[in-house]
Design a protein around this ligand. Structure first.
Ligand SMILES: [Mg+2]
Length: 387
């Protein structure tokens, strides 16, 4: 079997453009990959326009290890976010084709199920006014939908520092959400790499009283010793640090592992070269007793890919999910992805990734001109269209 054609399709939402890639083979089997390249949709598609004829066309989709290696290494140029996203789009589609070819769900080809369901946490649910009352109300709706975990960033447009007023506001917002969900629902505090170490350390101490399940990306992603400084300072609080959505290779993770500056790793399969690369990372993380909680801001295909990883990976913790709250129309472009019920996804059951993509439905939502800027007021409303 040989890959005969690769076709990108971009779907728009008010704050994210999602790239689907359809991979055709000469035997008629089709697979799909999917990624949300934040503010860089053309970069990823530009990369694919060079890489697909060079590496992908004519390749046997079963030869994932060699294909990913060549795409990673043989350009000589270093692989970062754009390249690892392009590789992931192709890799995910190859697994979809392999699974369809042998009539098995992907997780059964990667070690088999180690759990019967995968816990989800909600994101994208707080597209409301940034007040304790509104956040309280929105959080109530999340648990009414059955979720037992939710994540949010209460820090507005903060960067490096916060004003005293903004610190108090963030504390009030977290207090309101904890009051809304009660003591047993998990809340995760997203910091989006906003802070310098002293501000991150101060806010972690202030918010520890609300028993979050993790503090995410307390400092920007480029300087892992700075994260180590935060990790050491807040270790007595006993609250894990999660990070990794902006690390794109196993080599970038090496320093994080050696410093042991996080407890939970958050690779995004769709920016990390795909399913098998992320499975390898999970094994490395396990050597440090770190859990894996993939970043997932995608639609049905990349969510399915992450679910397959969750099904077959022993140190998997929980999966992020937006599409019950932000842009629910994203769910309409494919069938087969399990719904979150009582806070958990069941395992996908069909062959391959187990989702059937409707390309006409994707075309109903054309690409948008957006700049999703997390460092501007009201970014959390996720209305990022440029007029
Ligand atoms: Mg994050």
């Amino acid at each position: 079997m040989k890959i005969s054609k690769v076709t990108p399709l971009v779907m728009g939402t008010p704050w994210r453009n999602i790239t689907f890639v359809r991979v055709d083979t000469d035997e008629g089997l089709i697979g799909y990959g999917e990624a949300r390249a934040v503010n860089r949709t053309d970069s990823v598609n530009g990369y694919l326009s060079e890489a697909v004829p060079r590496y992908v066309l004519g390749e046997d989709p079963f030869n994932i290890e060699g294909l990913v290696h060549r795409m990673f290494r043989e350009d000589y140029a270093r692989a970062g976010e754009t390249t690892m996203t392009g590789i992931a789009l192709i890799e995910m589609a190859c697994w979809d084709i392999i699974g369809k070819s042998v009539g098995q769900p992907v997780y059964r080809l990667l070690g088999g199920a180690v759990r019967e369901k995968v816990k989800a946490y909600a994101n994208g649910w707080y597209t409301v006014e940034r007040t304790p009352e509104e956040f309280h109300k929105a959080a109530k709706q999340v648990i009414a939908r059955g979720y037992q975990a939710l994540k949010f960033d209460p820090f507005g447009a903060g960067l490096y520092e916060l004003t005293t007023r903004e610190k108090h506001k963030a504390i009030e917002l977290v207090e309101a959400v904890r009051a809304a969900v009660g003591p047993d629902v998990e809340i995760m505090i997203e910091m989006h790499g906003r802070f310098n170490p002293p501000t991150a350390i101060e806010m972690a101490h202030e918010l520890a009283q609300f028993k979050p399940s993790w503090f995410e990306e307390p400092v920007p992603p480029e300087n892992l010793p700075a994260l180590k400084k935060v990790a050491q300072a807040i270790a007595p609080l006993g609250i894990p640090i999660a990070t990794g959505e902006r690390l794109h290779t196993i080599h970038e993770y090496r320093e994080l592992f050696e410093l042991q500056s996080a407890d939970i790793v958050q690779p995004d399969l769709s920016h990390f070269g795909g399913i098998l690369n992320t499975k390898k990372l999970a094994a490395c993380a396990d050597a440090y007793y770190m859990l894996i909680a993939p970043h997932n801001v995608g639609g049905p295909v990349s969510t399915a890919a992450a679910l397959h990883l969750g099904a077959c990976t022993s140190n998997f913790k929980i999966l992020e999910y937006f599409n019950d709250f932000a842009d629910p129309h994203v769910k309409k472009v494919a069938t087969g992805l399990p719904e979150v019920v009582d806070g958990y996804f069941s395992l996908p059951s069909g062959p391959g990734l187990g989702v059937i993509v409707d390309e006409d439905a994707i075309r109903e939502y054309p690409r948008q001109n957006i700049h999703f800027n997390l460092f501007t007021e009201d970014w959390h409303k996720r209305e990022a269209k440029i007029a």
